[in-house]
Design a protein around this ligand. Structure first.
Ligand code: BEZ
Ligand code: FE
Length: 305
């Protein structure tokens, strides 16, 4: 076959993809080709414009390194990350809702136990906060051996990974056998996503919306349960309705309360007064765990009858 035009080319590309052995890859590539061809036809893409597009994607790739992930940022601001989260995390009723991972998660953060101080070694102060709560199953039972990977920006809205230096305001906090966790940190502030790269140029050219409402990130995991990648936002933040990456959920907005209690402050190693955030995470059983729970219910039903 030869002599393709804008009406026949798509079918030929799709036909050649039929030989792809992996059926899922075939499905994804076929749909991708159909949609990008339709996009080019719809906007009548010029050669200059597509070359600009290629230059843009090239610079997104070139901006990436061990600390900077410009492609995740691109996916986030296009709403694609939250689209994939929405498709894949139809949260079981009662489970903590999932949001974007973002580009600033890092493996290898220090491990802490109950009552950790994530302010250790911080280069910048903020409002002291005692964050505590429980890790529970959706039916409210404490989960033992849960771990919470926590990270947040410094008071100036910059993450430790965006500068040289040690990890800051991040850690892997282990909950105790009763599912309880607690740590000291600083109250997060709203901040701008990184706009000093090609994604920033795109955001500036298309929208002014580059702010994220204040939040703390958490990945909560426990054996037998589905891990959740989530945020806790700050009630009253001015950017809750305009998040640059579309990640805000009503169920994820936390209340920071002021506490004036010198004794409690001393016990927790905080100045008085201080803030508290009380926040429970609820995890859905993983597929094997859910199966086991169903079996257990069936067995107890059989005993009851
Ligand atoms: C973040 O919350 O760390 C983040 C998420 C998406 C884009 C930029 C930053
Ligand atoms: Fe963040």
């Amino acid at each position: 076959m030869r002599q393709f035009n804008e009406d026949t080319l798509t079918n030929e590309v799709v036909a050649r993809l039929k030989k792809t052995k992996n059926p899922r890859l075939r499905e994804i590539m076929t749909s991708l080709v159909k949609h990008v061809h339709a996009f080019a036809r719809e906007v009548h893409l010029t050669e200059e414009e597509w070359f600009e597009g290629i230059k843009f994607l090239t610079s997104v790739g070139q901006k990436c390194d061990g600390k900077r992930q410009e492609f995740i940022l691109l996916s986030d601001v296009l709403g694609l990350s939250m689209m994939v989260v929405a498709l894949n995390h139809k949260t079981q009723a009662g489970a903590t809702e999932a949001t974007v991972l973002g580009p600033f998660f890092a493996h290898g953060a220090k491990e802490f136990g109950y009552g950790a101080d994530l302010r250790e070694g911080a280069t910048m102060k903020g409002e002291d906060v005692w964050v505590s709560g429980r890790v529970l199953s959706v039916d409210g039972k404490p989960i033992s051996n849960a771990a919470l990977d926590i990270w947040q920006a410094k008071a100036d809205g910059i993450y430790d990974l965006q500068t040289e230096g040690e990890f800051e305001l991040r850690g892997r906090v282990k909950a105790n056998a009763k599912g309880e966790y607690a740590f000291a940190s600083y109250k997060p502030n709203f901040y701008s996503i990184p706009i000093d790269g090609p994604v920033g140029d795109m955001v500036r050219a298309t929208t002014n919306n580059h702010m994220r409402p204040a939040h703390m990130h958490a990945i909560v995991s426990a054996p037998g349960y589905q891990q959740v990648i989530t945020h806790v936002f700050v009630e009253g933040d001015p950017h809750l309705d305009g998040d640059a990456v579309y990640a805000v959920k009503n169920s994820l907005i936390g209340k920071y309360k002021r506490v004036n209690n010198p004794e409690q402050a001393k016990k927790r190693g905080l100045p008085n007064p201080f803030l508290t955030l009380t926040w429970d995470f609820r995890l859905a059983a993983d597929k094997a765990g859910a199966k086991k729970a169903r079996k257990k219910i069936a067995a107890s039903d059989a005993v009851a009858t």
